[in-house]
Design a protein around this ligand. Structure first.
Ligand code: HEM
Length: 528
């Protein structure tokens, strides 16, 4: 009997899958016919590889560091490349001109996001407005977030940023070999403190573990198409007990994590406020701005506030961590640059204190290091795809509604005609700039209406950790058993977010006075 039931389910599943694929191919054909009707002038699509009928580039789409292949394709197709995968149109923009023309100047049409039934509908990732469709719900989230992260307000976080950097310097004294972990902890602690005034534990902290688990979920589901339900949204209605519906069970698990991630720390602040014990934090300010509980808008406004606080960790921690890890790698590889940066710090700040934000205008070399760190390894080399809301005509080409557009930040910021020897880490390119050299901010943080709203906070974090670390530490390649330096390789991972491949380096205080300064600075923070 059991066998018969199993056989029946398996047969039905086979039929359902076959039917799904058939429906899917019909949809592709229908989409083509409709797109043809919407293009009465018969304009061509932008140039690009054609791939196979129906499936397009399904089997030839670059998956390992695709931004490099897309940049390479420019030699054949130009700086704007169109292709399709299973009927989904993609457009890659490999130059600043194209990005400015479409993602900036036409941003009202180029700011949507691709539908992600798995991540958004099933896993409840909508709390992260980076993935929300362009519209009023996204706008309300972004506005609420911006109030706490715009350029003129991020100075509020200087004290917590300085404090956590001093803790970081002190941890490096004890376990310098764990620098990768210390970097990660520093940003987790900074953001949790700014967002909720919560102090996190050095390891196994429940808030951080939950956030890491949530990020693991989006790493799995964040690339649209990883799950079949992203292509066939109707699958989201299949019951989760059905064989083959494991994606529903996974989604339910992550949905719970996301609920706890946003709700638990926010509720903690609400409770602290009710007890009159809350200290200032982003959440506390957001809660104070909420309408009264009996107001019909209260529920929605509370949800937006809760999401805005949670996203600062989710969007902010990993990205800045990647940049700081790249900085340590660069220092181990470029000792001359490190020496020049330290000479500037010695001249401007001197040996008796750590650098502060007020020193920043007097530290052009350090500021150039911050810029070059953002450019050298792009944290999000293709940013996040922007989706076109309505059919468009551009430069004689037809761009269909629903096209996912990638600004290729890597192609733009590693263009050898603009940045000489682009794979070299060279901050001096900004100090004596040639006619072309551009600030990496033009592409490193995305584009148009979706540009990263956390970039000012991140810039401050980078400055603080770079300046303070170089003031008191030397970063060198580690040595082998015979004492020979083992230069790490400048290698980076692939994915939506990229990191340096784990590497080793030796981190030692520059001298006895620097060591004393680290201890004094951290004990001064504890006494504050
Ligand atoms: C090195 C650090 C960072 C880099 C390289 C970075 C880069 C980016 C990029 C490329 C995007 C996509 C933009 C687009 O779609 O065109 C983005 C979006 C976003 N970033 Fe960042 N980011 C960083 C740090 C942060 C921090 C510290 C926060 C928060 C405190 C943050 C919050 C966000 C949010 C909320 C979005 C979504 C914006 C939207 O869709 O409207 N980021 N970031």
């Amino acid at each position: 009997m059991l066998l018969k039931i199993r056989q029946l389910v398996a047969d039905n599943l086979l039929h359902a899958t076959a039917l799904s694929f058939l429906t899917f191919f019909c949809l592709i054909i229908r989409r083509r016919i409709v797109a043809g009707r919407r293009n009465p002038k018969g304009l061509p699509l932008p140039p690009g590889p054609k791939g196979l009928p129906f499936v397009g580039l399904l089997f030839d789409r670059p998956v390992n560091k695709p931004w490099l292949t897309y940049a390479e394709w420019s030699k054949t197709y130009g700086d704007m490349i169109y292709f399709e995968v299973l009927g989904q149109p993609f457009l890659v923009l490999n130059s600043l001109k194209r990005v400015n023309d479409l993602l900036e100047k036409r941003s009202s049409n180029y700011s949507d996001r691709v539908g992600m039934p798995m991540a958004l509908d099933l896993m409840d990732w909508g709390f992260n407005f980076a993935f929300l469709p362009y519209g009023s719900w996204w706008r309300r989230h972004r506005r609420s977030f911006n109030e706490h992260f715009h350029q003129n307000t991020v100075h509020k976080y200087h004290p917590v940023q300085s404090r956590e950097v001093r803790e970081f310097l002190a941890r490096l004294l004890v376990t310098p070999e764990n620098f990768m972990h210390h970097i990660r902890h520093t940003f987790a602690a900074t953001i949790m403190s700014a967002a909720y005034d919560i102090s996190v534990k050095l390891s196994e902290d429940p808030y951080i573990c939950r956030a890491e688990e949530s990020l693991a979920g989006i790493a799995a589901a964040g690339i649209p198409g990883t799950f079949l339900v992203d292509f066939i949204p109707a699958l989201k209605y299949v019951p989760s007990w059905l064989p083959g519906a494991s994606f529903k069970r996974k989604a339910a698990y992550w949905k719970k994590i996301n609920h706890d991630l946003t709700e638990i720390p926010f509720k903690h602040v609400e409770d602290q406020m009710k007890a009159g014990k809350a200290s200032p934090s982003i959440s506390a300010a957001l809660i104070e701005g909420l309408p009264p509980q009996n107001d019909p808008k209260y529920k929605e406004e509370r949800e937006i506030a809760k999401d805005a606080a949670a996203i600062s960790y989710i969007a902010g921690a990993d990205t800045t961590v990647s940049s700081v890890q790249s900085f340590f790698l660069a220092m181990a590889l470029y000792p001359e640059i490190q020496k020049k940066a330290q000479a500037e710090l010695d001249r401007v700040v001197g040996p008796h204190r750590l650098p502060d934000f007020s020193d920043r205008p007097e530290l052009p070399y350090i500021n150039a290091l911050v810029k070059e760190t953002s450019r050298w390894n792009l944290v999000l080399p293709l940013a996040i795809g922007h989706m076109v809301s309505d059919d468009d005509e551009y430069d004689g080409y037809f761009i269909p509604k629903g096209t996912v557009v990638y600004g290729n930040a890597c192609a733009i910021l590693h263009d050898p005609t603009v940045y000489t020897n682009p794979s070299e880490y060279n901050p001096e390119r900004y100090l004596n700039p040639g006619p072309n050299v551009r600030d990496p901010d033009c592409a490193a943080f995305g584009f148009g209406r979706r540009i990263c709203p956390g970039r000012h906070m991140s810039d401050n974090s980078l400055f603080s950790i770079i300046a303070s670390t170089l003031a008191v530490y030397d970063i060198k390649p580690s040595v082998d058993a015979k004492g020979n330096p083992m230069k790490p390789k400048p290698e980076f991972t692939t994915g939506l977010l990229t990191y340096p491949v784990p590497f080793k380096c030796t981190i030692t205080p520059r001298n006895r006075a620097a060591e004393d300064l680290i201890r004094e600075s951290v004990s001064a923070t504890h006494n504050d």
